[in-house]
Write a protein that binds this ligand. Structure first.
Ligand code: FE
Length: 133
């Protein structure tokens, strides 16, 4: 995590607004099939909604049927940090922004080839940037 990407709780509250703050900073989850990106198929890059760092490419997005945007890998290995999470009576791997530490979603070992991983991410944690051509 880089120091210049971290902010105080009050700053995050101000910047993100209530819904994004709840998800990104309080480990919340948006209801399935409600977010902006679960059914989004444009070519481009998904960036952290808190700090703007690139997290996922549309090239690694797949239709998981879960109602959340799903990717089989991040843009590079350090883009997303993974943390053991035992909240809500489940053992899961939490996905966090590698730059600012904001909560993105969870990682499950049931994704497609080539990685077999499924990064199940809240739309509210992402901002899509369309590829310029
Ligand atoms: Fe971030």
């Amino acid at each position: 995590m880089t120091a210049d990407k971290t902010k105080s709780d009050a700053e995050w509250r101000e910047i993100l607004g209530p819904e994004r703050y709840r998800i990104l900073r309080e480990h919340g989850t948006e209801p399935a099939f409600t977010g902006e990106y679960w059914n989004h198929h444009e070519t481009g890059e998904y960036r952290c909604a808190a700090c703007g760092e690139a997290l996922f490419s549309s090239a690694a997005k797949f239709d998981s049927g879960t109602g959340w945007p799903s990717f089989y890998r991040p843009v590079h290995p350090d883009a997303v940090a993974e943390k053991h999470d035992t909240s809500h009576g489940m053992v899961r791997i939490e996905a966090l922004c590698g730059s600012c530490g904001s909560h993105l979603g969870h990682v499950f070992p049931d994704g497609p080839a080539p990685t077999g991983m499924r990064y199940c991410i809240n739309s509210a944690s992402l901002n899509f940037q369309k590829k310029q051509d």
